[in-house]
Design a protein around this ligand. Sequence first.
Ligand code: ADP
Ligand code: MG
Length: 356
Amino acid sequence: MTQVDLQRLTKIYPGGENPAVHHLSLTIPDGRVTALLGPSGCGKTTALKMVAGLIKPSAGDILFDGISVLGVPTEKREAVMAFQNHLLFPHMSVSENIGFGLKMRGVDRTAVRQRVADMLALVRLPGLEARRPYQLSGGQQQRVALARALIVEPKVLLLDEPLSNLDAHLRSEMRELILDVQQRFNLTTIFVTHDQEEAVVLADQIALLFEGQLQQYGPPQAFYDRPLSERVARFFGGVNFIPGHKRGEDIQTPLGLFQCPSAPLLDGAVLLTIRPENIQLDSHASGANGAYGRIKSSVYMGTHARFKILAEGNSPQPPVAIEVVTGAAGVNQFAVGQRVRLHLPSEKIWLVPAER
Ligand SMILES: Nc1ncnc2c1ncn2[C@@H]1O[C@H](COP(=O)(O)OP(=O)(O)O)[C@@H](O)[C@H]1O
Ligand SMILES: [Mg+2]
């Protein structure tokens, strides 16, 4: 069990204009799964490599259980990295690949053989020990990479895009394997992904990075329910942003007045946001926190239906485009061109600062 603390961790590559990672501070709890999430190029792999000791930070510190590991070389750091850009040795068999780390540590051959057998069972690959990497499928190669990382009994497991390059079926298999292994060994696991869905299903908490900087850190649900900015909300599929002005509990918008006692304590220019699945559609209801709109388009998605609606208030301002998701039956209930009432429940409304 190891808690990992990143303290204002920064990496500037030689010749790089902007830091690849900038003042990243995070407390990564022990025995849990933490995702570093963000678009390609935002510094995820760089951060992971610094934790593994594969590259040196330009500034800041990395602590394992409160003790700086910056002076500890990679092979003694007890953090191992698997996947992206960590290819298997092509000239070695599966067994040799998996046993490599122990052999380098001078463990005797019988013990290595036994541990390799254990690892093959763990990643469910028995019978393939003599094969070469090119004789394996992509999913099998990932398993070998995982076994090779785990055999040295790390305290911190670092996974770089473990599920990308796998098809849907293999992804869910690999996801289960990772969670299984992580729970069995109580490993502090940090994994990198650009895929928000992957982060949500795998991680206990997510650190979202844009351009090397931390945007938000917390449990997956917080990114849906309490995003800190419009950009964070959009990264998690948020589409509804209504400009408004907040005073006390009242938010004045082009669609009329909305109230949301639970919204954050911002005053002044705000964006009112609400997830499409949290808006209720009705053809005749009235009441507070509502607006009228006309359905512009609808898409039936099998398990649900998605509508684009132009909503308008009493003011002579232009209509506001709003997306609404209903149950699949909604597609029979609401037709394109129909006038509907939208209800935005106050407890589902969230506010982010309006960007200037
Ligand atoms: N060895 C390197 N030398 C110079 N720049 C690099 C190097 N590795 C990565 N970068 C740059 O640092 C930034 C972050 O890269 P990376 O950590 O690989 O992002 P991610 O894993 O989020 O896609 C990118 O702009 C990338 O071009
Ligand atoms: Mg990367």
